[in-house]
Design a protein around this ligand. Sequence first.
Ligand SMILES: O=CC(=O)O
Length: 313
Amino acid sequence: MDSIGVLITCPMSDYLEQQLQKRFNLFKLWTHTSDSDFLKNNSNSIQALVGNTKIGADAELIDSLPKLEIVSSYSVGLDKIDLRKCEEKGIRVTNTPDVLTDDVADAAIGLVLAVTRRVCECDRFVRSGLWKKCDFGLGTKFSGKSVGIVGLGRIGSAIAKRAQAFGCVISYYSRSEKPETNYKYYSSIIDLAANCHILFVACALTEETHHIVNREVIDALGPKGILINIGRGPHIDEPELVSALLEGRLGGAGLDVFENEPEVPEHLLVLENVVLLPHVGSDTVETSEAMADLVINNLEAHFLKKPLLTPVI
Ligand SMILES: O=CC(=O)O
């Protein structure tokens, strides 16, 4: 397979690059000073593309690669891939579901504990020496709280399972009710938000879920409510979130994702009731290797004309 040209769009994992390099003719887009010159000279050699949550495969990139057969995404989310364009052109698409579910759900629980028990604030308090001068104060209990989950797919279900172990009462919003669960279903996200303390956003980003958490949802969650987002930044209307936090209309937030990553609204940087992560939900050594293996196994299956492991298209 070493004559097959594979283009990787940006740095993702050293292991992935090494393994791709061993098997294919690997092109690294970011190592070339001009994308357009690179594509002019090499577009006919590229049959596969590996993208991620930062740089996927937009219509322009897809159109510039006439021999492209497959996009294998190093992510579960597909919002950075123009799926319509791929479908139109008969380009196969794969992603990395399942292998990252536990890590993302763990990160969601980590965020809610960090916000409710004020873990980062506590850490700053000890490091600054303030503990020698006064007591820290109280946090908020997480165990037993009512939890609402937006999107009860693989990750949403894994969050529910974990929250259940904390004695939380689970309810959810999704496009349709899931007959296989006993969790309470709300057909309106506003009703869900009004009836829970903690709202987790865990759905895929699509045109329908863009800004699914808007001012009305935030106000329904209320001044004691906590919003956790491990989905995508654009699920939340970020300026509305910031003003709700500044005005005390929302109790707190734990965010792994932002609307314009890596930009984070400045107001969030100074709020104590907010915990911010740099989009690392699935970033563990174990999972990044499993994701890389899945990317490679999908590429190999495609070029050996075998069934894809995790096909999207
Ligand atoms: O955000 C992470 C992913 O989509 O894999």
